[in-house]
Design a protein around this ligand. Sequence first.
Ligand code: FES
Length: 321
Amino acid sequence: MKDMHDTTPLVLTVAERLDDRGDIMRLTLTADGPLPEVTAGAHIDLLVDTPEGPLWRQYSLAGDPADRSAWRLGILRDPASRGGSIALHQLVKAGEKVHVEGPRNHFALDHSAQKTVLFGGGIGVTPMLAMAWELHAKGADFTLHYCTRSADRMAFADLIETAPFKDRIVVHHDDSAPLDLQAALPAPDAGTHIYVCGPAGYMDWVIQTAENAGHRQKNVHREYFSADVDASGETFEVVAAQSGITVTVGPDETIAKALAREGVKIEVKCEEGICGTCVTDVLEGEIDHRDQFLTEEEREEGEMICACCSRACSDRLVLDI
Ligand code: FES
């Protein structure tokens, strides 16, 4: 299994709330002592109370990973999301406690790289800032391209102006000085790694352009914030091998929900195939992957499934649960 995360909940204090440009709320979270160790690219799960009930939402850590005194988040108020970010913007106040799980990192840097180029679109700059801190600390060769819609929607400007790696950051605004991606991409090379995070259209553009330019897929690292996943399809059967239970997954049902009906619990968080919480080992059957979490290689191996959204191409799947 890929997801070996720490599920011990932490109760942290919101030491500071700062409402930045671009509908981005910046939070500084602290604990009574040092926070757990993190590496750049890590995210935490934050428990959010919404009118529809509690939700776990994933937020990347944006601060210096070496700083264990505080975790720094940037949270975009996104009316298109399922309510987590709006509830947080409405409810969170400095001094309050929040419940957190993690950290987990599915987006870690490859420190064997000779050159690293980071692309952050909008709120997607958050993990890139942490990566910049880590690369700077190691004396690595890197550039961070930060793309925003316009200067007046650019968050984190104060951090960027004072960062010790500010000369390695190139800021682009869509309405005045947009990113020239062809020019920004380095020459393809086995030792060159590219990282991208941001809105889906931005990510697809960067990934496709990089791969078309000859960058190897495994050198183009990506992290999605949200996904418009279609989890519906044909009916199929799922066998929970350890529990000895067989269920039918209906056309509009997910594997996790179908199993939950019969008392077999698979933990889910994002329910969009992006966080990896629900990854379950597959013993038999052909998977119809709908997630953004597993890599191409893992999909080809066919040994893991995101049970919150993926389905079966075969009539039956046998899971190791
Ligand atoms: S719950 Fe997040 S990937 Fe399934």
